[in-house]
Ligand binder design. Structure first.
Ligand code: FES
Length: 76
């Protein structure tokens, strides 16, 4: 008997939401940083919409930029 395919993460949680106002997920933010080499919160907002509401997620977006910009640059 085979198990049904489930696209959800193994821990059963949906993708983590980084910006609740615009419903932007962690995966979307990381993809933009890696693919488009986005380096500022303003650029990230333009590409994903994240941070265009109450702005309380800006500090979190900056953390993602700092962490994943370095990793993307290291991968070349
Ligand atoms: S939580 Fe991102 S703009 Fe409000």
């Amino acid at each position: 008997m085979s198990l049904p395919f489930t696209p959800e993460p193994c821990d059963g949680r949906a993708d983590k939401i980084v910006c609740r106002c615009l419903n932007v997920s962690e995966a979307q933010v990381i993809q933009m940083i890696a693919r488009l080499e986005v380096r500022t919160v303003r650029d990230l907002s333009q590409h994903t919409g994240a941070g265009e509401g109450c702005t309380c997620c800006h500090a979190k977006l900056a953390e993602y930029l700092e962490k994943f910009s370095c990793e993307a640059a290291a991968l070349g």
